[in-house]
Design a binder for this molecule. Structure first.
Ligand code: SF4
Length: 318
């Protein structure tokens, strides 16, 4: 691909990059948008998850795939033909004992294979710190693969990283303020793409708020501190995102009335980690919910209502 600088890219026709609003979007939204915008590219984001997307993704995925993967494929399908490229990152690890779930290593290949009969182009950036490919190198390589020179790509990455850091600090500050609020507080322990999903995670948050309970996101946390704190619970847990959640519980266990563990069926890491959480954090009421692609929230609401009643009784406000 011929190299170009960002100014030239704007003056011709800005390439359009599609960002699926699923999986790591919630985590990297600011980084991705800032990076592509700094390169002079135009980003389009798939719509919030809806029933049709889940059905489409379930048809495209193998039966054994987790619900999050099915949702992701539904989002990809909704972007096919609407952009020049679709971003599907491949993230293996951030270093020793800092692995991502294997789904994030395979997603790019899975997507290319599932949509092999379309003309859609997909682009990845590959993070594998154990192979000396850190995030910055991965983004610079992505920029050059898209035809930009290394200096332009590096500048875009640095700017994006600054924006991401400022945005994250603000979000963490807002979430931390919730621990000081009055009334019943529940820490929701879930991957950002589960809890931040409009179709599967948002109804849980909405329902709790309707019950006058304050839901607090365990994933919105000072990640460095959470990783440090997680070693007090387990020194061997290898999944980065699970360690952040574990560390977040450790940091906030005395500031909340209970935990809700929210997982996508059938999540391999969560099936082990949730069991560990239940055994390690005794004394805190815990509700373990596994979400699948079945329609209807009646069963879910009954469980949430019973759980919040228990918390209210315990606190003497029911
Ligand atoms: S951690 Fe679980 S929900 Fe997330 S991608 Fe892996 S299997 Fe799916």
């Amino acid at each position: 691909m011929k190299e170009r600088n960002s100014t030239a890219a704007i003056s011709v026709k800005a390439p359009v990059i599609g960002l699926p609003r699923a999986m790591l979007y919630d985590r990297y939204e600011v980084l991705w948008k800032s990076f592509f915008s700094a390169l002079g590219m135009k980003g389009i984001v798939s719509k919030p998850t809806n029933k049709a997307m889940i059905e489409a993704g379930s048809t495209l995925a193998i039966d054994e795939a987790c619900l999050s993967t099915k949702i992701y494929l539904g989002h990809i399908q909704s972007l096919i033909g609407k952009c020049d490229y679709i971003l599907v990152p491949r993230i293996s690890n951030f270093g020793l004992h800092r692995n991502m779930c294997t789904k994030f290593e395979s997603l790019y290949d899975v997507v290319c294979n599932v949509f092999r009969n379309t003309d859609q182009k997909f682009v990845a950036y590959n993070v594998d710190a154990l192979q000396k490919i850190d995030e910055e190198k991965a983004f610079v390589d992505l920029g050059t693969a898209l035809g930009y020179d290394r200096k332009t790509a590096q500048k875009a990455y640095k700017r994006a990283k600054r924006n991401e850091s400022e945005d994250w600090k603000k979000k963490v500050h807002e979430e931390e303020a919730l621990y000081k609020s009055q009334g019943i507080k529940v820490l929701i322990v879930a991957h950002s793409y589960v809890l931040g999903d409009a179709y599967i995670g948002q109804p849980v948050i909405d329902y709790l708020k309707g019950m006058e309970v304050t839901p607090i996101r365990a994933d919105v946390v000072d990640r460095k501190e959470a990783l440090k704190q997680s070693t007090k619970v387990s020194k061997t847990l290898k999944w980065e995102l699970s360690r952040e959640l574990m560390g977040s519980i450790q940091m906030h266990r005395d500031k909340v009335d209970g935990l809700i563990l929210l997982s996508a069926f059938p999540c391999g890491p969560d099936s082990m980690v949730n069991e560990m959480i239940i055994r390690k954090f005794t004394g805190l009421p815990i509700l373990n919910i596994v979400l699948d692609n079945q329609d209807g929230t009646a069963g879910l609401e009954t469980r949430l209502e019973s759980f919040t009643d228990i918390l209210k009784l315990k606190k003497g406000v029911l």
